[in-house]
Design a protein around this ligand. Structure first.
Ligand code: AMO
Length: 430
């Protein structure tokens, strides 16, 4: 059995360690090899006269980032990282890395993102990148735990679909035998249908596909969405759920990823505090209008500069509520006393939108009328509309983008940093 590097201590005695060669420093009679696995770095000290000749030969031949297996005695030393070193009795090259490396893994100064993404497998060997994906894993883990604890049923819905959910333009058409089909933009219609099936509380964590042409630091063409839908609930209920989930995920990351976050050189993330402010859209527009140059008025979407200006004024996570019905999807429930606004919300991080949600229209005829009034054809939504004719509970839900969640949590500058293999306008490989 190998010993993970973080478990190697001066008390270990004889140890077998396997990892990547992080660095080789040849000082003549003495060579230092830094061995790295995902738990840390171990100094392998090779006094050439005191170790077997085949060890000296292997150390001379090894290149950086090769995978090696080293056995030997662990000794205490103040001069090495972690206060210990390993003096090898065997040194075996399991897999030799070619030189030169396409990316310098030990380099402190970051390379261009494009170069890094081309060789993501090497890039992810860096503690800073590995930390992002450890945090992402913790985010997904706690999300599922939190929702299961609140009696949600996890579902998985089709990604090959026949209709748009969020409007028609952002669809990727695919070849599906003799039929027209698309990659799904959102599990929206399916999670709502499961309210008609009586599941009451469902969630899905899965891919969403958006054929957005623009190339920004916050848009992907394939993203991961945490989707939730709840019966017998309104928008306020699911906003409370979202707020509780966000805080719980931050707490879990702080409790379980502290070491990785520190090794990656990130600042410890500050846990947001409940309750999040609830800012009516009309007030958000006023704040933006007073702070940005470009004209903005009631009925406009919040542009990135408007979001930034409002975020600066708000400072913390906040909700924007009471949106104009004209700029929300057909499934958002208008207020009874003022149908020009609806029971929709966005959860905002001061830097950008994290989540959108709403109480939904649950009455069939109203839904048909709203689909038509958005210029869409109710016939192409027949499979979705059908359950609304056979008893549909009032319901509400939201979708939360995993990449933006991780990006804002760690202060990443580009959403692509939060995906292993991002898909964008120009990137389809690896
Ligand atoms: P919306 O389209 O606002 O709402 O998406 C919800 C959240 O998903 C993330 N997201 C994206 N992240 C990166 N790149 C993209 N191209 C991208 N598109 C979306 C964002 C966004 O806030 N059906 C509704 C949700 C609902 O009402 O339940 C929906 O999809 O973080």
């Amino acid at each position: 059995m190998r010993t993970p590097i973080e478990k190697v201590t001066p008390e270990t005695g004889h140890a077998k360690c396997v990892g990547f060669v992080h660095e080789v420093r040849d000082l003549g009679g003495l060579t230092f090899v830094l061995l790295r696995d995902r738990t840390g770095i171990l100094q392998v000290t090779v006094p050439k006269k005191k170790v077997p000749p085949e060890v000296v030969e292997a150390v001379r031949a090894v290149s950086r980032e090769s995978v090696v297996m080293v056995t030997g005695e662990v000794k205490a030393t103040e001069k090495a990282p972690g206060g210990r070193e390993l003096v090898p009795s065997t040194f075996e090259i399991l897999s030799r890395a070619e030189t030169p490396l396409p990316l310098d893994v030990a380099e402190k100064v970051p390379a261009e993102l494009d170069t890094r993404l081309d060789v993501r497998f090497l890039d992810a060997r860096r503690p800073r990148v590995a930390a992002v994906f450890q945090v992402r894993s913790a985010v997904l883990h706690e999300t599922a735990r939190y929702l299961h604890k609140h009696d949600f049923i996890q579902i998985t819905t089709p990604k090959i679909v026949a209709a748009a959910t969020e409007g028609g333009t952002e669809l990727f058409p695919i070849a599906y035998f003799e039929k027209e089909a698309f990659l799904n933009q959102s599990p929206q219609l399916y999670k709502q249908m499961m309210m008609g099936a009586g599941f009451e509380k469902v969630f899905e964590i899965g891919p969403i596909f958006r054929a957005e042409e623009h190339n920004t630091t916050r848009h992907l063409n394939e993203a991961t969405s945490i989707d939730v839908e709840v019966s017998f609930a309104d928008h306020l209920d699911v906003m409370d759920l979202l707020e509780g989930l966000v805080i719980s995920v931050y707490e879990h990351v702080a409790a379980t990823c502290g070491d990785a976050i520190e090794r990656g050189g990130f600042e410890a993330c500050r846990i947001p505090k409940a309750p999040f402010a609830r800012l009516p859209y009309a007030e958000a527009i006023e704040i933006a209008a007073s702070r940005i140059e470009e004209p903005i008025a009631f009925g406009d979407d919040l542009s990135p500069s408007a979001e930034r200006a409002i975020g600066e004024a708000m400072g913390e996570h906040y909700f924007v509520v009471d949106w104009p019905s004209s700029i929300r999807p057909y499934y958002a429930m208008p207020y009874e006393d003022d149908p020009s606004i609806c029971k929709a919300f966005d959860l905002m991080h001061p830097r950008m939108e994290l989540s959108s949600g709403a109480q939904r229209v649950h009455r069939h005829d109203q839904l048909v009328q709203q689909i038509a009034s958005k210029g869409l054809s109710p016939e192409s939504f027949e499979f979705y509309l059908r359950p609304f004719r056979y008893g549909m509970p009032p319901h509400a839900g939201w979708g939360l983008g995993v990449e933006r969640f991780v990006m804002t949590m760690l202060g990443l500058s580009n959403v692509r940093e939060a995906v292993l293999f991002p898909r964008d306008r120009h990137r389809l490989v690896p």
